[in-house]
Design a protein around this ligand. Structure first.
Ligand code: GDP
Ligand code: MN
Length: 396
């Protein structure tokens, strides 16, 4: 689960990760009071107005603005709140801005120039470890740094059973060239960030930029956190941070019906029991000349209710030209699934696209018979190759 920058920073603060002072605006009527509050907390007229959306690159898209005073901050807030923000990560349609974060300006002048670093902690599935990634090339696209100058990214792997060791935090801070006060703060920062990461069951915490201010403080100027969905049950406070307006509406609806659904860009919808079979079915669709419109695992008990919910979600996607249902009857019997399909079909009414149902396993023949005798626009197949050919036929 993704959360907003301001929510991520509220987690970081609990663990002692230094962040700029800031508050959120949800509607324009709050803007004046909040801006004044940030100004008085920071002792500076200058504030930064930041769009809160679940996508990075906001700076490039015009979603992060430095205001010199209250008047200008109000103007930026007025412009950005409600705008359709397009960044390199949102796609052309952009994302609507529902919230703003107003923060103190931490790029104030001083003895040294402020310096931007990159600091990320993530799960490395290949080594089953946690990896800290850091770079002196912060503030910009880390993917680009990784591609063009990979030597500028340092990595430190942490065994989760042992946890982050003092020498490791120091090694990373040294690699960034931190010295004196900023070295001390940097080590503390890395420790606190690691604790925030592990305690909240995050899969990624990314601070870009991690800022060294002109007076050598180390701050999280930006924050992106991904939380492990499977661990949310033990973090009621974090689960509440979910913002469904930022998620794909199809996926939100699917989650409510307990379906594992991921929206894709293709034209053949599919409904399958079991994630592995769903992946194989997507391959079959591709091999038949179609493109999968979704991933959908209805789980073990493909009953009429889940089948109907699956149908409804798939049919909301106007790109869908055909639907392939692929069910292996292991625990669930194929004749039951077939009845479910027919029932769901009748409940929904006229389904405008052809449906191919492939049932294999217990009572497969009976299932196929029920489909064939239903009189509906549904074709049955028992062998997967047969199903693939039928998809090919309707796609032609
Ligand atoms: P992103 O573009 O979505 O990653 O958003 P960031 O929070 O990283 O902001 C983008 C850029 O805005 C940063 O790289 C900074 O250069 C700049 N920025 C962020 N906070 C401040 C601030 O307090 N003062 C100034 N002057 N610039 C800031
Ligand atoms: Mn950033």
């Amino acid at each position: 689960m993704n959360i907003h920058e301001y929510q991520g920073k509220s987690i970081l603060r609990k663990y002692g990760v230094a962040t700029p002072a800031g508050h959120v605006i949800e509607n324009l009527s709050q803007a004046k009071d909040i801006i004044k509050k940030v100004q008085s907390e920071s002792g500076s007229e200058k504030v930064v107005v930041k769009a809160q959306i679940h996508a990075g690159g906001r700076g490039k898209g015009g979603g992060v603005k430095l205001a010199d005073n209250l008047e200008q901050a109000l103007e930026y807030a007025d412009n950005i709140l409600g705008m359709q923000l397009v960044t390199p990560q949102t796609g052309d349609e952009g994302k609507k801005v529902h919230k703003l974060l107003v923060e103190e300006n931490v790029y104030y002048p001083g003895e040294e120039e402020p310096k931007e670093f990159y600091m990320g902690i993530l799960l490395d599935r290949n080594t089953s470890k946690i990896v800290i990634m850091a770079s002196t090339e912060g503030g910009m696209d880390i993917e680009e740094v990784a591609e063009k100058t990979p030597e500028k990214i340092v990595k430190e792997w942490i065994d989760p059973r042992v946890g982050l060791q003092a020498f490791q935090a120091r090694k990373v801070a040294f690699a960034l060239g931190l010295k004196g006060k900023s070295l001390k703060e940097g080590v503390k920062f890395i420790y606190a960030l690691y604790k925030a990461y592990t305690d909240s069951d995050a899969t990624m915490v990314e601070i870009n930029p991690m800022l060294k201010t002109s007076d050598s403080r180390i701050l999280a100027a930006d924050c992106k956190i991904d939380l492990d969905d499977n661990a949310l049950y033990r973090h009621a406070d974090l689960a509440e941070m979910r913002d469904v307006t930022e998620e794909d509406p199809f996926e939100v609806e699917a989650k409510e019906s307990d379906l594992n659904y991921v929206k894709l860009d293709g034209n053949v919808g599919c409904m399958v029991n079991g994630a592995g079979l769903a992946m194989a079915t997507m391959d079959i669709i591709k091999l038949s000349g179609g493109e999968p419109a979704n991933f959908l695992d209805v789980g073990g008990g493909a009953n009429p209710k889940t089948v109907e919910a699956g149908f409804r979600i798939i049919l909301k996607d106007p790109n869908v030209k055909a639907i392939l249902i692929n069910i292996f009857g292991g625990i669930v019997r194929c004749d039951r699934v077939a009845k479910g399909v027919v029932e769901a079909y009748k409940n929904i009414g006229d389904i405008p696209v052809p449906i191919i149902v492939r049932l294999q396993g217990t009572n497969a023949e009976e299932g196929a018979k029920i489909i064939d005798e239903s009189g509906l626009k549904v074709t049955s197949a028992i062998v997967l190759k047969d199903a693939a050919d039928k998809v090919k036929e309707v796609m032609a």
